[in-house]
Write a protein that binds this ligand. Structure first.
Ligand code: ZN
Length: 432
């Protein structure tokens, strides 16, 4: 029997938008619960903690706002009951904790055989056509679980078995971090009509003396292209958007390979000015300061982004970073163990540096084979971007996403053709 003073109800979720409203409503049930369990604690993990939350905390000593916590596991482990939706529910279930599922849209309740289908269909409360909450029932359910340790074990067991049978993330979705992301990605993929992905490298202010491979665009031309996209109703997204939110009607992804310092100097100001987003592929080994790999081929040397510049760009919200291996290696020329290190190892190193999940990987030189694609997926990337290979439709193969190569001489007319998803199909028809 757990003593009263140790009972902890853990609530996990964002403290903004609709989820914040749901959490505030849950906290309104506290007085009724304290009548039966005066020592119960309500821990809320998630952010941002605002003055309103701090005021609640001062007025109700049973509430503890813990803010955003990178290591949720310790909180789950100490909790008597976990309240949450989506990924929170799954993580708690995995640790055999009794879960009361409630999300942005609906109340599901403690996981039982009777409501498992609803839990699955709504992503544990986050997706439902109409909003429906039963706060009285929530209070009853919390009291019931606090009172009855056998019921807690049973609910935890039901959740654990559901997870094992249907949601084993390592087994079913090797490339996914959470079910929520999988659900959102599926939704977005089903909605995408066209999703052009453009590939750039350097952004320069003036024509370079030496540009053997023509891997640059002039900032003035790039700005015209950005304006063109805006004028034609395109909205730039990054890969994370595909996993976390409903994407706009006419999405487009701008990618910049290698992570040149000129991206900070000439691309970043344009993104901020036009409020547009881009994905930049960087090397995970920060000791490389230039595009040393191009030098033997006779290409000019250019500085790569410095760590502080990368972090500043990420913090702005306009730039997402992806991995481009440790040292721009040609993956088809190295052994499997080395491929794994370059692909999975670079992800880990970048995630530690960026403090963020790295969702996409760009194959250097656009070279890969089926085995390399498998390694990329197994490493946990959701997207592998190629150059000229890949199905004509974005949804065709997420580990082989075709991009449109942008050259310095790309004219407005070419640009129009290239931003149309039909471009790939048109070229495929012509056999080019
Ligand atoms: Zn590259």
């Amino acid at each position: 029997m757990v003593s009263n003073s140790k009972l902890t109800i853990l609530i996990v979720g964002r403290l903004s938008g609709p989820k914040n409203q749901v959490i505030l409503n849950i906290l309104r049930q506290i007085p009724a619960i304290l009548q039966s369990f005066p020592g119960a604690r309500f821990q809320v993990v998630g952010g941002p903690v605002t003055d309103e939350h701090r005021r609640l905390e001062r007025n109700q000593p049973a509430i503890h706002f813990e803010g955003h916590q990178p290591n949720l596991k310790v909180f789950y482990q100490k909790a008597t009951v976990v309240i949450g939706a989506g990924r929170v529910a799954l993580e708690a279930m995995k640790l055999k904790k009794p879960v009361i599922a409630i999300g942005e849209r609906t109340y599901v309740g403690p996981l039982r055989v009777a409501n498992i289908e609803k839990a699955k269909a709504t992503n544990f409360g986050d997706c439902f056509e109409t909003e429906s909450f039963d706060w009285e029932q929530l209070t009853k359910d919390i009291l019931y679980l606090l009172r009855d340790s056998k019921a807690r074990v049973q609910v935890a067991q039901t959740g654990y078995e559901l997870l094992k049978a249907e949601y084993d993330m390592e087994r079913v979705y090797p490339q996914m971090n959470g079910l929520y992301e999988k659900v959102m990605l599926d939704h977005n993929l089903s909605q995408i009509h066209e999703l052009p992905i453009l590939m750039y490298h350097q952004v320069l202010d003036k024509q370079p003396a030496l540009a053997k491979f023509n891997l640059h665009v002039l900032a003035a031309d790039l700005e015209k292209q950005l304006q063109f996209l805006k004028d034609h109703g395109f909205e730039t997204i990054v890969f994370e958007d595909l996993l976390t939110k409903r994407i706009p009607k006419k999405p487009i992804i701008l990618t910049f390979d290698d992570g040149y310092e000129n991206n900070y100097r000439f691309l970043f100001p344009l993104l901020k000015k036009h409020r547009m987003k881009a994905v930049v592929y960087i090397l995970a080994d920060r000791k490389h300061k230039t595009n040393f790999w191009d030098k033997p081929l006779g290409e000019a040397e250019h500085a790569l982004l410095k760590p502080a510049q990368i972090l500043e760009m990420q913090k702005s919200g306009y730039v997402e970073f992806g991995s481009h291996t440790f040292n721009h290696t040609r993956l088809t020329l190295i052994k499997k163990a080395e491929q794994e290190k370059q692909i999975a190892g670079s992800k880990k190193v970048l995630e530690t540096f960026l403090k963020k999940t790295v969702h996409s990987f760009a194959y250097p030189y656009g070279v890969f084979d089926p085995e390399i694609k498998k390694i990329t997926q197994a490493a946990g990337y959701t997207f592998g971007v190629a150059v000229s290979h890949g199905p004509t439709e974005f949804q065709g193969d997420l580990m082989e996403i075709k991009r449109v190569h942008m050259f310095p001489q790309t004219s407005t007319f070419d640009f129009f053709k290239k931003t149309s998803g039909f471009y790939h199909r048109y070229r495929a028809l012509l056999g080019r």
